[in-house]
Design a binder for this molecule. Structure first.
Ligand code: SAM
Length: 242
């Protein structure tokens, strides 16, 4: 997969050299390129913003500079992702869908955001898809953190990036529609807290049942909205009793 990130702070994306994503770049599983939007400016001051039409506080990013950058970076079949607090929520389902694509381009806004004509213009361009997405109901200073979130969420789903693909199966927000059960490691007793005995039993069916119960209880306590969204037909008698 190829991902291009365009930002006025390319240095903000430095963490993408680290850990699993960094390794995926090194091994060629992920072709990730970070660009400085100011490389597409034409004036002496390398200006990317201007005052908002209609007045008001702050500055807005200019469509002509973004247009020059995106015309160069977007190719046929690319998916343009524009982070914005007014976008559709980014979820694990979104990440799964994006992980099947060939080319993502992430346009990181700053100030009051990018001139609205940019999304409109590329939405009408044949062969390009545009999604405005939000990583949560809060406002950040810029889209770079949202770009890091997308690359991390999508990158780990690419085949070969996570060493043991089984570790992706039982996670929170997976196919079961639940949060993950609590996990423990050595030592078995720590700070006067012991791990649940069942995990030492070696009895796989009992452990699996315990984990499922814990996932249900945790989801009910922390994310009742997810529990309500579960398909009742997929629940067994024990689930319903839990
Ligand atoms: N004036 C905008 C509004 O109220 O919707 C907020 C602009 S914000 C200060 C600047 C940039 O940060 C946005 O263009 C976007 O790239 C990014 N951003 C801020 N919050 C975000 C969020 N929750 N999800 C995704 N991107 C966000």
């Amino acid at each position: 997969m190829r991902i291009d990130v365009v930002s006025i702070f390319p240095g903000y994306l430095a963490p993408l050299d680290l850990s699993l994503v960094g390794k995926a770049r090194e091994t060629g599983l992920l072709d990730l390129r970070v660009h400085d939007l100011r490389d597409w400016t034409t004036d002496r001051h390398r200006t990317v913003d201007d005052t908002p039409f209609g007045g008001g506080a702050g500055m807005v990013m200019r469509p002509d500079v973004w247009g020059a950058a995106l015309d160069d970076v977007l190719d046929e079949g690319a998916h343009l992702l524009i982070p914005t607090p007014s976008g559709e929520p980014l979820t694990q389902r979104t990440a799964e869908a994006l992980a099947t694509e060939q080319h993502l381009v992430i346009a990181c806004g700053r100030y009051e955001g990018i001139d609205a004509r940019v999304a409109e213009h590329y939405r009408s361009r044949p062969g390009v898809r545009v999604t405005e997405f939000s990583i949560g109901d809060y406002v950040l200073n810029g889209g770079e953190v949202a770009a890091l979130v997308v690359v991390e969420a999508v990158g780990r789903l690419l085949p070969g990036v996570v060493g043991n693909p089984h570790s992706l199966v039982e996670e929170s927000h997976g196919a079961a529609g639940l949060l993950e059960y609590p996990v423990y490691t050595k030592p078995p007793a720590w700070a006067e807290l012991e791990i649940p005995e069942v995990l030492l039993s070696g009895h796989h069916a009992r452990i699996e049942r315990w984990r499922r119960d814990q996932a249900l209880v945790r989801t009910a306590a922390r994310r009742p909205d997810m529990l309500l969204a579960l398909d009742v037909a997929g629940l067994d008698k024990h689930d319903l009793a839990t």
